[in-house]
Design a protein around this ligand. Structure first.
Ligand code: AMP
Length: 410
Protein backbone atom coordinates (compact mmCIF):
# COMPACT_ATOMS: atom_id res chain seq x y z
CA UNK A 1 0.00 0.00 0.00
CA UNK A 2 3.06 2.22 -0.34
CA UNK A 3 2.59 5.58 -2.10
CA UNK A 4 -1.21 5.72 -2.23
CA UNK A 5 -3.58 7.92 -0.16
CA UNK A 6 -4.13 6.64 3.36
CA UNK A 7 -6.31 7.16 6.37
CA UNK A 8 -5.07 6.80 9.92
CA UNK A 9 -7.30 5.87 12.86
CA UNK A 10 -6.06 6.60 16.39
CA UNK A 11 -7.49 5.35 19.67
CA UNK A 12 -5.70 6.85 22.67
CA UNK A 13 -5.99 5.28 26.13
CA UNK A 14 -4.47 6.59 29.36
CA UNK A 15 -1.12 4.88 28.68
CA UNK A 16 -1.66 3.46 25.21
CA UNK A 17 -2.05 4.63 21.64
CA UNK A 18 -3.67 2.23 19.15
CA UNK A 19 -3.43 2.90 15.43
CA UNK A 20 -4.74 1.38 12.23
CA UNK A 21 -3.86 2.39 8.70
CA UNK A 22 -6.32 2.07 5.83
CA UNK A 23 -5.40 2.30 2.15
CA UNK A 24 -7.98 4.26 0.15
CA UNK A 25 -7.25 3.12 -3.40
CA UNK A 26 -8.90 0.64 -2.99
CA UNK A 27 -10.21 0.86 0.57
CA UNK A 28 -8.41 -1.82 2.62
CA UNK A 29 -7.12 -2.29 6.16
CA UNK A 30 -3.34 -2.35 6.42
CA UNK A 31 -0.95 -2.27 9.34
CA UNK A 32 -2.36 -1.85 12.82
CA UNK A 33 -0.69 -1.70 16.19
CA UNK A 34 -0.52 -0.39 19.68
CA UNK A 35 1.98 1.56 21.72
CA UNK A 36 1.55 0.34 25.27
CA UNK A 37 2.80 1.54 28.67
CA UNK A 38 3.59 5.03 27.45
CA UNK A 39 5.62 6.85 30.11
CA UNK A 40 7.10 3.62 31.56
CA UNK A 41 10.48 3.70 29.77
CA UNK A 42 11.53 0.17 30.81
CA UNK A 43 8.39 -1.56 29.54
CA UNK A 44 7.14 0.66 26.72
CA UNK A 45 6.37 -1.55 23.71
CA UNK A 46 5.17 -1.09 20.17
CA UNK A 47 3.32 -4.14 18.86
CA UNK A 48 2.09 -4.13 15.29
CA UNK A 49 0.76 -6.52 12.71
CA UNK A 50 0.05 -6.44 9.01
CA UNK A 51 -2.92 -8.36 7.66
CA UNK A 52 -2.20 -10.74 4.78
CA UNK A 53 -2.90 -8.57 1.75
CA UNK A 54 -5.36 -9.33 -1.00
CA UNK A 55 -2.52 -10.40 -3.32
CA UNK A 56 -1.79 -13.33 -1.02
CA UNK A 57 0.90 -11.84 1.26
CA UNK A 58 1.50 -13.72 4.49
CA UNK A 59 1.04 -10.95 7.04
CA UNK A 60 3.66 -9.89 9.58
CA UNK A 61 4.03 -9.16 13.27
CA UNK A 62 6.42 -6.81 15.11
CA UNK A 63 7.17 -6.31 18.80
CA UNK A 64 9.64 -3.56 19.68
CA UNK A 65 10.72 -2.10 23.00
CA UNK A 66 10.93 1.67 22.43
CA UNK A 67 10.67 4.30 25.16
CA UNK A 68 8.09 7.10 24.76
CA UNK A 69 7.51 9.62 27.52
CA UNK A 70 4.09 10.77 26.32
CA UNK A 71 1.58 10.40 23.49
CA UNK A 72 3.41 12.89 21.25
CA UNK A 73 6.61 10.84 21.70
CA UNK A 74 4.68 7.61 21.00
CA UNK A 75 3.21 9.16 17.83
CA UNK A 76 6.68 10.13 16.61
CA UNK A 77 7.92 6.59 17.24
CA UNK A 78 4.92 5.14 15.41
CA UNK A 79 5.73 7.46 12.47
CA UNK A 80 9.34 6.23 12.41
CA UNK A 81 8.13 2.63 12.54
CA UNK A 82 5.67 3.19 9.67
CA UNK A 83 8.30 5.04 7.61
CA UNK A 84 10.66 2.08 7.91
CA UNK A 85 8.18 -0.77 7.60
CA UNK A 86 5.14 0.44 5.67
CA UNK A 87 5.78 3.49 3.53
CA UNK A 88 8.62 6.02 3.55
CA UNK A 89 6.27 8.83 2.43
CA UNK A 90 3.55 8.07 5.02
CA UNK A 91 3.46 11.59 6.49
CA UNK A 92 2.52 12.98 3.04
CA UNK A 93 0.12 10.16 2.14
CA UNK A 94 -2.28 10.54 5.06
CA UNK A 95 -5.37 12.47 3.87
CA UNK A 96 -7.43 12.23 7.07
CA UNK A 97 -7.04 11.13 10.67
CA UNK A 98 -9.93 9.67 12.68
CA UNK A 99 -9.92 9.68 16.48
CA UNK A 100 -11.99 7.62 18.87
CA UNK A 101 -13.19 10.07 21.50
CA UNK A 102 -15.26 8.74 24.37
CA UNK A 103 -17.42 11.71 25.37
CA UNK A 104 -18.71 14.63 23.30
CA UNK A 105 -21.58 15.71 25.60
CA UNK A 106 -24.53 16.36 23.28
CA UNK A 107 -22.53 16.04 20.02
CA UNK A 108 -24.02 13.07 18.22
CA UNK A 109 -22.22 13.02 14.90
CA UNK A 110 -18.56 12.75 13.93
CA UNK A 111 -17.05 16.25 13.80
CA UNK A 112 -14.09 17.84 12.11
CA UNK A 113 -11.63 18.94 14.75
CA UNK A 114 -11.16 22.67 15.18
CA UNK A 115 -10.85 24.99 18.17
CA UNK A 116 -14.59 24.77 18.87
CA UNK A 117 -14.92 20.97 18.78
CA UNK A 118 -11.69 20.51 20.74
CA UNK A 119 -13.07 22.87 23.41
CA UNK A 120 -16.20 20.67 23.57
CA UNK A 121 -14.09 17.54 24.10
CA UNK A 122 -12.21 19.38 26.85
CA UNK A 123 -15.52 20.41 28.46
CA UNK A 124 -16.76 16.80 28.31
CA UNK A 125 -13.65 15.58 30.15
CA UNK A 126 -15.44 16.21 33.47
CA UNK A 127 -17.75 13.35 32.53
CA UNK A 128 -15.03 11.05 31.11
CA UNK A 129 -11.96 11.83 33.19
CA UNK A 130 -10.26 8.53 32.35
CA UNK A 131 -10.84 8.74 28.62
CA UNK A 132 -11.14 12.27 27.18
CA UNK A 133 -7.74 13.59 28.39
CA UNK A 134 -5.81 10.81 26.58
CA UNK A 135 -8.06 11.40 23.55
CA UNK A 136 -6.96 15.05 23.54
CA UNK A 137 -3.35 13.91 23.81
CA UNK A 138 -3.90 11.69 20.76
CA UNK A 139 -5.26 14.71 18.86
CA UNK A 140 -2.28 16.83 19.91
CA UNK A 141 0.08 14.01 18.90
CA UNK A 142 -1.51 13.74 15.44
CA UNK A 143 -1.50 17.51 14.95
CA UNK A 144 2.22 17.52 15.69
CA UNK A 145 2.91 15.35 12.64
CA UNK A 146 -0.01 15.91 10.24
CA UNK A 147 -0.36 19.68 10.07
CA UNK A 148 -3.29 20.80 7.91
CA UNK A 149 -4.68 17.27 7.43
CA UNK A 150 -8.41 17.03 8.36
CA UNK A 151 -8.90 15.30 11.69
CA UNK A 152 -12.23 13.88 12.79
CA UNK A 153 -13.51 12.92 16.22
CA UNK A 154 -15.88 9.95 16.33
CA UNK A 155 -17.68 9.76 19.66
CA UNK A 156 -18.39 6.63 21.68
CA UNK A 157 -21.63 8.24 22.83
CA UNK A 158 -22.96 9.07 19.34
CA UNK A 159 -24.82 5.84 18.58
CA UNK A 160 -26.75 6.11 21.85
CA UNK A 161 -28.17 9.57 21.11
CA UNK A 162 -31.37 7.91 19.83
CA UNK A 163 -32.25 6.64 23.33
CA UNK A 164 -35.64 7.98 24.39
CA UNK A 165 -35.77 10.28 27.46
CA UNK A 166 -37.32 7.54 29.61
CA UNK A 167 -34.13 5.52 29.05
CA UNK A 168 -31.57 8.31 29.32
CA UNK A 169 -32.94 10.33 32.25
CA UNK A 170 -32.06 9.71 35.89
CA UNK A 171 -34.70 10.17 38.56
CA UNK A 172 -33.05 13.38 39.77
CA UNK A 173 -34.40 16.97 39.86
CA UNK A 174 -34.91 18.14 36.25
CA UNK A 175 -32.42 20.99 36.79
CA UNK A 176 -29.64 18.45 37.02
CA UNK A 177 -30.30 17.58 33.40
CA UNK A 178 -31.09 21.07 32.09
CA UNK A 179 -28.31 22.95 33.83
CA UNK A 180 -25.68 20.30 34.40
CA UNK A 181 -26.21 17.84 31.50
CA UNK A 182 -26.58 14.97 33.95
CA UNK A 183 -28.16 12.12 32.01
CA UNK A 184 -27.23 8.70 30.64
CA UNK A 185 -25.06 8.91 27.51
CA UNK A 186 -23.82 5.33 26.91
CA UNK A 187 -20.46 4.28 25.48
CA UNK A 188 -18.84 1.75 23.09
CA UNK A 189 -21.30 3.22 20.56
CA UNK A 190 -19.04 2.72 17.55
CA UNK A 191 -18.72 -0.94 18.47
CA UNK A 192 -22.46 -1.49 19.07
CA UNK A 193 -23.31 0.18 15.75
CA UNK A 194 -20.80 -1.98 13.88
CA UNK A 195 -22.15 -5.14 15.55
CA UNK A 196 -25.74 -4.30 14.64
CA UNK A 197 -24.82 -3.70 10.99
CA UNK A 198 -22.94 -7.01 10.83
CA UNK A 199 -25.76 -8.84 12.61
CA UNK A 200 -28.28 -7.50 10.07
CA UNK A 201 -26.12 -8.92 7.27
CA UNK A 202 -25.96 -12.28 9.02
CA UNK A 203 -29.74 -12.22 9.49
CA UNK A 204 -30.18 -11.33 5.82
CA UNK A 205 -32.43 -8.35 6.64
CA UNK A 206 -32.12 -4.58 6.32
CA UNK A 207 -30.92 -3.06 9.61
CA UNK A 208 -34.19 -1.12 9.84
CA UNK A 209 -36.08 -4.42 10.26
CA UNK A 210 -33.94 -5.92 13.00
CA UNK A 211 -34.17 -6.08 16.80
CA UNK A 212 -30.77 -6.86 18.26
CA UNK A 213 -29.11 -7.04 21.69
CA UNK A 214 -25.37 -6.38 21.43
CA UNK A 215 -23.02 -7.49 24.22
CA UNK A 216 -19.61 -5.79 24.10
CA UNK A 217 -17.80 -7.75 26.84
CA UNK A 218 -14.18 -6.78 27.44
CA UNK A 219 -12.24 -5.10 30.20
CA UNK A 220 -14.95 -2.43 29.89
CA UNK A 221 -18.34 -4.00 29.12
CA UNK A 222 -21.72 -2.75 27.97
CA UNK A 223 -24.90 -4.09 26.38
CA UNK A 224 -27.25 -2.22 24.04
CA UNK A 225 -30.84 -2.80 22.94
CA UNK A 226 -31.18 -1.76 19.31
CA UNK A 227 -34.48 -1.49 17.43
CA UNK A 228 -34.34 -0.94 13.67
CA UNK A 229 -30.68 0.11 13.89
CA UNK A 230 -31.44 2.72 16.57
CA UNK A 231 -30.23 2.33 20.13
CA UNK A 232 -33.10 2.40 22.63
CA UNK A 233 -31.13 1.60 25.78
CA UNK A 234 -27.66 0.74 26.96
CA UNK A 235 -26.07 -0.26 30.26
CA UNK A 236 -23.45 2.48 30.69
CA UNK A 237 -24.67 5.82 31.95
CA UNK A 238 -23.38 9.36 32.37
CA UNK A 239 -19.94 7.76 32.59
CA UNK A 240 -18.65 4.28 31.64
CA UNK A 241 -19.04 3.18 35.29
CA UNK A 242 -22.71 2.14 35.25
CA UNK A 243 -24.11 -1.26 34.35
CA UNK A 244 -22.25 -4.54 34.11
CA UNK A 245 -19.53 -5.77 36.44
CA UNK A 246 -16.25 -4.92 34.66
CA UNK A 247 -12.52 -5.58 34.95
CA UNK A 248 -11.91 -2.78 37.46
CA UNK A 249 -15.27 -0.92 37.51
CA UNK A 250 -18.08 -1.77 39.91
CA UNK A 251 -20.99 -1.21 37.51
CA UNK A 252 -24.44 -0.73 39.08
CA UNK A 253 -24.26 0.23 42.72
CA UNK A 254 -26.69 2.00 45.08
CA UNK A 255 -25.54 5.67 45.05
CA UNK A 256 -26.01 5.71 48.83
CA UNK A 257 -23.02 3.34 49.05
CA UNK A 258 -20.85 6.12 47.63
CA UNK A 259 -22.11 8.60 50.22
CA UNK A 260 -21.55 6.05 52.96
CA UNK A 261 -17.97 5.39 51.82
CA UNK A 262 -17.20 9.10 51.84
CA UNK A 263 -18.92 9.83 55.16
CA UNK A 264 -18.00 6.77 57.21
CA UNK A 265 -14.67 5.78 55.70
CA UNK A 266 -13.61 9.42 55.12
CA UNK A 267 -12.50 8.69 51.58
CA UNK A 268 -11.79 11.78 49.46
CA UNK A 269 -13.64 12.34 46.17
CA UNK A 270 -10.50 11.40 44.24
CA UNK A 271 -9.98 8.21 46.27
CA UNK A 272 -13.64 7.24 45.87
CA UNK A 273 -13.34 7.77 42.12
CA UNK A 274 -10.25 5.53 42.04
CA UNK A 275 -11.97 2.92 44.21
CA UNK A 276 -15.04 2.69 41.94
CA UNK A 277 -13.26 2.94 38.59
CA UNK A 278 -9.92 1.24 39.14
CA UNK A 279 -10.07 -0.99 42.21
CA UNK A 280 -13.54 -2.54 41.97
CA UNK A 281 -15.20 -5.00 39.60
CA UNK A 282 -13.48 -8.36 39.06
CA UNK A 283 -10.21 -6.91 40.39
CA UNK A 284 -11.72 -5.79 43.67
CA UNK A 285 -13.70 -8.99 44.16
CA UNK A 286 -11.15 -11.59 43.06
CA UNK A 287 -7.72 -9.92 42.86
CA UNK A 288 -7.56 -10.05 39.04
CA UNK A 289 -9.25 -7.96 36.38
CA UNK A 290 -8.54 -10.65 33.78
CA UNK A 291 -11.50 -12.96 33.38
CA UNK A 292 -9.17 -15.80 32.32
CA UNK A 293 -7.52 -15.70 35.77
CA UNK A 294 -10.95 -15.54 37.42
CA UNK A 295 -12.12 -18.61 35.47
CA UNK A 296 -8.92 -20.47 36.47
CA UNK A 297 -9.47 -19.45 40.11
CA UNK A 298 -13.08 -20.65 39.94
CA UNK A 299 -11.90 -24.01 38.54
CA UNK A 300 -9.59 -24.32 41.55
CA UNK A 301 -12.60 -23.63 43.75
CA UNK A 302 -11.45 -20.23 45.08
CA UNK A 303 -14.64 -18.78 46.60
CA UNK A 304 -14.04 -15.17 45.50
CA UNK A 305 -13.34 -16.21 41.92
CA UNK A 306 -16.50 -18.37 41.95
CA UNK A 307 -18.41 -15.30 43.21
CA UNK A 308 -16.83 -12.85 40.71
CA UNK A 309 -17.59 -15.18 37.82
CA UNK A 310 -21.19 -15.71 38.97
CA UNK A 311 -21.71 -11.95 39.37
CA UNK A 312 -20.28 -11.19 35.91
CA UNK A 313 -22.51 -13.82 34.26
CA UNK A 314 -25.63 -12.90 36.25
CA UNK A 315 -25.51 -9.21 35.35
CA UNK A 316 -25.17 -10.00 31.66
CA UNK A 317 -28.17 -12.38 31.89
CA UNK A 318 -30.16 -9.78 33.82
CA UNK A 319 -29.64 -7.11 31.15
CA UNK A 320 -30.33 -9.53 28.28
CA UNK A 321 -33.65 -10.17 30.04
CA UNK A 322 -34.30 -6.47 30.57
CA UNK A 323 -33.52 -5.62 26.95
CA UNK A 324 -35.69 -8.45 25.68
CA UNK A 325 -38.52 -6.65 27.51
CA UNK A 326 -37.36 -3.25 26.13
CA UNK A 327 -37.63 -4.80 22.65
CA UNK A 328 -41.14 -6.02 23.59
CA UNK A 329 -40.08 -9.66 23.50
CA UNK A 330 -39.13 -9.57 19.81
CA UNK A 331 -35.40 -10.22 19.55
CA UNK A 332 -33.83 -11.39 16.28
CA UNK A 333 -30.31 -11.84 17.59
CA UNK A 334 -28.02 -11.53 20.59
CA UNK A 335 -24.44 -10.65 19.64
CA UNK A 336 -21.26 -11.31 21.64
CA UNK A 337 -18.11 -9.32 21.02
CA UNK A 338 -14.85 -7.81 22.44
CA UNK A 339 -12.12 -9.65 24.40
CA UNK A 340 -14.44 -11.80 26.50
CA UNK A 341 -17.38 -12.06 24.10
CA UNK A 342 -15.18 -13.10 21.16
CA UNK A 343 -12.87 -15.49 23.00
CA UNK A 344 -14.56 -17.11 25.95
CA UNK A 345 -16.89 -19.93 24.92
CA UNK A 346 -17.03 -20.81 28.64
CA UNK A 347 -18.56 -17.44 29.59
CA UNK A 348 -20.94 -17.47 26.62
CA UNK A 349 -22.03 -20.95 27.68
CA UNK A 350 -22.59 -19.90 31.30
CA UNK A 351 -24.63 -16.88 30.16
CA UNK A 352 -26.69 -18.59 27.47
CA UNK A 353 -27.34 -22.18 28.62
CA UNK A 354 -29.90 -21.04 31.24
CA UNK A 355 -31.63 -18.70 28.76
CA UNK A 356 -33.00 -21.51 26.56
CA UNK A 357 -36.48 -20.70 27.85
CA UNK A 358 -36.18 -17.24 26.25
CA UNK A 359 -35.70 -18.82 22.82
CA UNK A 360 -31.90 -18.46 22.92
CA UNK A 361 -30.74 -22.01 22.14
CA UNK A 362 -26.98 -22.44 22.13
CA UNK A 363 -25.17 -24.95 19.91
CA UNK A 364 -22.31 -26.12 22.20
CA UNK A 365 -20.10 -27.31 19.31
CA UNK A 366 -20.48 -24.04 17.36
CA UNK A 367 -19.90 -22.11 20.59
CA UNK A 368 -16.65 -23.98 21.33
CA UNK A 369 -15.41 -23.50 17.75
CA UNK A 370 -16.15 -19.77 17.45
CA UNK A 371 -13.20 -18.20 19.26
CA UNK A 372 -10.02 -16.27 18.43
CA UNK A 373 -11.48 -13.69 16.06
CA UNK A 374 -13.92 -15.99 14.22
CA UNK A 375 -17.34 -14.68 13.24
CA UNK A 376 -20.38 -16.93 13.17
CA UNK A 377 -23.66 -18.21 14.59
CA UNK A 378 -23.44 -20.18 17.85
CA UNK A 379 -27.17 -21.01 18.11
CA UNK A 380 -28.81 -24.18 16.77
CA UNK A 381 -30.49 -23.52 13.39
CA UNK A 382 -33.98 -23.74 14.92
CA UNK A 383 -33.23 -21.24 17.70
CA UNK A 384 -35.95 -18.54 17.63
CA UNK A 385 -33.33 -15.96 18.67
CA UNK A 386 -30.05 -16.19 16.76
CA UNK A 387 -26.85 -16.05 18.79
CA UNK A 388 -23.86 -14.54 17.00
CA UNK A 389 -20.19 -13.99 17.76
CA UNK A 390 -18.91 -10.95 15.84
CA UNK A 391 -15.38 -9.62 16.32
CA UNK A 392 -15.80 -5.89 16.75
CA UNK A 393 -13.87 -3.54 14.50
CA UNK A 394 -14.20 -0.06 15.95
CA UNK A 395 -11.33 1.19 13.81
CA UNK A 396 -13.07 0.18 10.58
CA UNK A 397 -16.27 1.91 11.69
CA UNK A 398 -14.27 5.03 12.66
CA UNK A 399 -12.50 4.94 9.28
CA UNK A 400 -15.83 4.97 7.39
CA UNK A 401 -17.21 7.80 9.53
CA UNK A 402 -13.98 9.80 9.20
CA UNK A 403 -14.14 9.56 5.41
CA UNK A 404 -17.71 10.83 5.43
CA UNK A 405 -17.05 13.68 7.86
CA UNK A 406 -13.91 14.80 6.03
CA UNK A 407 -15.81 14.99 2.74
CA UNK A 408 -14.42 11.82 1.13
CA UNK A 409 -16.74 9.04 0.02
CA UNK A 410 -16.98 6.14 2.50
P1 AMP B 1 -10.87 -5.99 25.59
O1 AMP B 1 -11.04 -4.92 26.61
O2 AMP B 1 -11.99 -6.09 24.62
O3 AMP B 1 -9.52 -5.99 24.92
O4 AMP B 1 -10.93 -7.37 26.41
C1 AMP B 1 -9.90 -7.70 27.30
C2 AMP B 1 -10.37 -8.76 28.25
O5 AMP B 1 -10.82 -9.93 27.56
C3 AMP B 1 -9.23 -9.26 29.14
O6 AMP B 1 -9.12 -8.52 30.29
C4 AMP B 1 -9.65 -10.69 29.45
O7 AMP B 1 -10.29 -10.68 30.70
C5 AMP B 1 -10.68 -11.04 28.42
N1 AMP B 1 -10.33 -12.23 27.64
C6 AMP B 1 -9.56 -12.33 26.54
N2 AMP B 1 -9.48 -13.61 26.13
C7 AMP B 1 -10.24 -14.34 26.99
C8 AMP B 1 -10.59 -15.73 27.12
N3 AMP B 1 -10.15 -16.65 26.25
N4 AMP B 1 -11.38 -16.09 28.14
C9 AMP B 1 -11.85 -15.18 29.03
N5 AMP B 1 -11.57 -13.88 28.95
C10 AMP B 1 -10.79 -13.46 27.96
Amino acid sequence: MSGAAKLLVLNAGSSSLKFKIFGLEPFAAGVSGMFDRIGDAANCTLKASAAADAAGGKGRKWELKIPAKDHVGAMQNIMEFIKENVSSGFAREVVAVGHRIVHGLEISQPVLLNDKSIAKIREAAVLAPLHNPPGLQGIEAAESVFRGVPQVAVFDTAFHQTMPPHAYMYGLPYDMYEKHKIRRYGFHGTSHQYLVEQAAEMLGKPVSETNVITCHLGNGSSIAAVRGGQCIDTTMGMTPLEGLLMGTRCGDVDPAVVLHIQKQLKLSIQDTDTLLNKKSGLLGLTGSNDLRAVIDGAHRGEPRSVLGLAMFVYRVQKYIGAYTAALLGKVDAVVFSAGIGENSSIIRGLILEPLKGMGMVLDPAANAATVGGKQGAISVPASPVKLFVIPTDEELAIAHQTLKASGRAG
